[in-house]
Design a protein around this ligand. Sequence first.
Ligand code: PHE
Length: 355
Amino acid sequence: MSDLKKIKEETLSKLRSKLDLSQINELKSDLFGKNGKITNQFKKIGSISDSEKKKYASELNIIKDELQTLINLKISEIEILEVNEKLQKEKIDVTLPERPIIRGKIHPVSQTIDEISSIFSEIGFSVEEGPDVENEYNNFTALNTPDYHPARDMHDTFYLDEKKQKLLRTHTSPVQIRTMIKGKPPFKIIAPGRTYRSDSDQTHAPMFHQVEGLHIDKDINMGHLKGCLNYFIKEFFEVDKIKMRFRPSHFPFTEPSAEVDIGYKIKDGKIVIGEGDQWLEILGCGMVHPNVLKNVNVDSDKFQGYAFGIGIDRLAMLKYGINDLRAFFECDYRWLNHFGFDPLDVPTNYRGLSR
Ligand code: PHE
């Protein structure tokens, strides 16, 4: 049998067996590759005598075409087979309902912080932040809180080391110190964040939130403080009039100091702000003590101002009718689903979490 016939027979028999794609590609390059059997036959043409050459060349071309066609056919056959096998294995049931989009909710405390920040930014306050782990100097000493002050007591403060140098901040007031030390007056900032005290009941949690306010300039007085808080409370509770009461109080870092109550009443089981004769304490405030200004190198003969610290969780409870503070921090998914807020960019195909 001539070489050509032999190649053809061999190839045909291989093509009759079961081949996969890689095997058939191997066969293809065995024949038509650089050193392939058919390629080599073409190379031989030059050495064949003139009389034979024509016949041989035409025979070779016919076999080449024939084998190529058969191989290509086989390839598409295998491809179809493989696709079908895959389709069989990975059957998709297009009648199944789509999966629901699960979207997180914004926690009422985060929502309240956003609202507070935007209300104060309207009247020129910028937002500052400080760390939860503070040193005792920023948290107490610089705030004119002497060593023997009861607020330093182990019962209230979570100390982080034996020497009581590091602690979880007990209020956001250290951000006043941080802000004034790194900048120059005037200052007009708020500082929302987490605060910690060793305390836990229906209205106290060991971790809670405050927003500090600080406004220092050449002639800021208590009237400005009242005006600012009055504006804030009205905006926050979305009411036209409120009842607000300043009660004399004491904080080491303010003089004079006051606590502020807002008037409310309960109507049909709901809190109505701005009416009635019940009072609820929501913040502490006062004029920044000259010793504090001295500690941060601000000239208290030239500059003065007010500071306040508002309990954020309490505001959120009041505004959104939540009556147990501890629920805020229990991370109960169902609770968050009920009291949480939808993000602003709700897509039109959003169907909520109800399943
Ligand atoms: N830091 C005080 C507190 O936690 C609140 C406060 C802030 C009072 C600023 C006066 C001025 O109770």
